[in-house]
Design a binder for this molecule. Structure first.
Ligand SMILES: C[S@@+](CC[C@H](N)C(=O)[O-])C[C@H]1O[C@@H](n2cnc3c(N)ncnc32)[C@H](O)[C@@H]1O
Length: 263
C-alpha cells in the first residue's frame, strides 16, 4: 500500500484494516488474510487492488469543510482570476480537487465559481473547469451520483443550499445540474501515475489526503503538483497537515495554504 499508493498502514491501524478487510476475505471464500494476499498478488486485472483501496481509504468529507479556504477563494483569489480570464482570449480558470472523495469538495468549489460567475462583470462568459480525482472507485461513483444526507451538507451556507441543491427525498440532497456540469470526475492514483494534464491549474485542493502518506510520497506529490500549476497558483492542504518549509517549492501563505510564486 505504501509503495503503490503512498498510504502508510502503521501497526496501530492493524485492527482497523483487519476489520475493514475481513468481510471481503469471507466474501471471496478465503479463510485467512494470507490466502487473500495470494489472491491479490495473482490478480493482475487491478480489480482486487481497487477493492482493497476502496476498503482501506477513508473517504470522509463534507460540503464547505474547513471553510476558511472557501472564504479566501470567494473573497480574494477567484474574483481577480475570473476577471483576468474573461478578458484574455482563450482564458479559463482551472481547479483540481485531488483526493475528492464523494464529491463534496469539488461541488463546493463549483458552487463558489457559479456564484461569482453570476455576480462579476462578464463572469457568465467564463470558461471554467473543475477536475476531481480520487483513487477510490466507490467514492467516485458516489460523487457522480451526487446525493448527500443532511449531515454532509449541514455546513453549506443557506444561500448556496437554496441555489445549488435540491431535495431528493428520504432526507437526501442532490447537486443541481449546473453544479455537476462544471465538474469532471476521473480515477487517478496521485502517487504512481504520471499526470496526464494538458493545461496547468490555477488552484489545487489536496486536502486531508497526504495525512496518510509517508514523507517521500508527500514530498513527491507536492513536487508533482508544483509542476502542473501556473505561476501564482495556490495549493490548499488539510488544516491538520503541513508542508516542510525548507524543502517545499511552494511558499507558505496562510495556514494550510501555499502559493507558487511568480518568478
Ligand atoms: C479524507 S478524504 C478527503 C476528501 C476531501 N479532500 C476533503 O478534505 O474533505 C481522502 C481522499 O483521498 C483519497 N486518496 C487516498 N490516497 C490516494 C491516492 N494515492 N491517490 C488518490 N487519492 C487518494 C481517498 O480515496 C479519499 O477519498
Amino acid at each position: 500500500m505504501n509503495d503503490t499508493f503512498g498510504i502508510r498502514l502503521t501497526e496501530q491501524k492493524r485492527t482497523l484494516v483487519a476489520g475493514r478487510l475481513s468481510r471481503r476475505v469471507r466474501q471471496l471464500g478465503y479463510s485467512s488474510f494470507h490466502d487473500y494476499f495470494l489472491h491479490l498478488q495473482e490478480d493482475h486485472s487491478g480489480v482486487e487492488l481497487s477493492e482493497l483501496i476502496n476498503r482501506v481509504t477513508t473517504n470522509h468529507s463534507l460540503f464547505f469543510r474547513e471553510h476558511e479556504h472557501f472564504d479566501l477563494l470567494a473573497k480574494e483569489l477567484l474574483p481577480p482570476l475570473i476577471q483576468a480570464a474573461v478578458k484574455k482570449p482563450g482564458g479559463s480558470v482551472r481547479i483540481w480537487s485531488a483526493g475528492c472523495a464523494a464529491g463534496e469538495e469539488p461541488y463546493t468549489l463549483a458552487m463558489i465559481l457559479l456564484d461569482l460567475m453570476g455576480t462579476l462583470p462578464g463572469g457568465r462568459g467564463l470558461k471554467a473547469a473543475i477536475l476531481a480525482t480520487d483513487v477510490s472507485m466507490d467514492a467516485l461513483m458516489e460523487a457522480q451520483e451526487g446525493l448527500y444526507p443532511e449531515t454532509r451538507v449541514k455546513d453549506l451556507p443557506a444561500t448556496y443550499r437554496k441555489s445549488y441543491l435540491s431535495e431528493a427525498g428520504n432526507g437526501l440532497w442532490s447537486a443541481n445540474m449546473d453544479v455537476r456540469s462544471l465538474v469532471t470526475f476521473k480515477h487517478m492514483n496521485l502517487v504512481r501515475e504520471k499526470y496526464p494534464f494538458k493545461s496547468q491549474f490555477d488552484i489545487v485542493f489536496c486536502r486531508n489526503v497526504m495525512i496518510y502518506f509517508d514523507t517521500p510520497s508527500r514530498t513527491g506529490l507536492v513536487e508533482a503538483i508544483y509542476k502542473v500549476v501556473k505561476p501564482g497558483a495556490w495549493l490548499f492542504i488539510g488544516h491538520s497537515g503541513s508542508l516542510p518549509r525548507e524543502t517545499c517549492p511552494f511558499k507558505y501563505m496562510k495556514p494550510a495554504s501555499y502559493c507558487k510564486l511568480i518568478p
